[in-house]
Design a protein around this ligand. Structure first.
Ligand code: FES
Length: 108
């Protein structure tokens, strides 16, 4: 089995596919690959909400549920959250998420 996992980021209709080591956070999958629009100002400390993504609906239920701290922080995002919103710093790239599609908010 591969020790890598793929994430597809979509921003303004542009898709960027990255492959990272299993266990990498989706925030770092983006920032390590210079994906535009995922900022991650606080480095994953759940205090900035600049790592907000809209998970493609078919992938949403495959993710572990958000903890209360993440849900609180999702109220502070620049772009209005939806039922498919998550903070990418709280998500890990694992085999279950191989190929996941994350949409980056326009205003981020
Ligand atoms: S990187 Fe700051 S809340 Fe996710």
């Amino acid at each position: 089995m591969s020790d890598k996992s793929k994430v597809v980021f979509v921003k303004d209709g542009h898709r960027t596919e990255v492959e990272v080591l299993m266990g990498t956070s989706m925030l770092h999958a983006a920032t390590d690959n210079l994906v535009n629009g995922i900022i991650g100002e606080c480095g994953g400390d759940l205090s900035c909400a600049t790592c907000h993504v809209f998970v493609e609906p078919e992938w949403f239920d495959r993710l572990p549920s958000a903890e209360s701290e993440e849900l609180e922080m999702l109220e502070a995002t620049a772009e209005e959250p939806t039922e498919f919103s998550r903070l990418s710093c709280q998500l890990s790239c694992v085999s279950e998420t191989d190929g996941i599609v994350l949409h980056i908010p326009d205003s981020q």
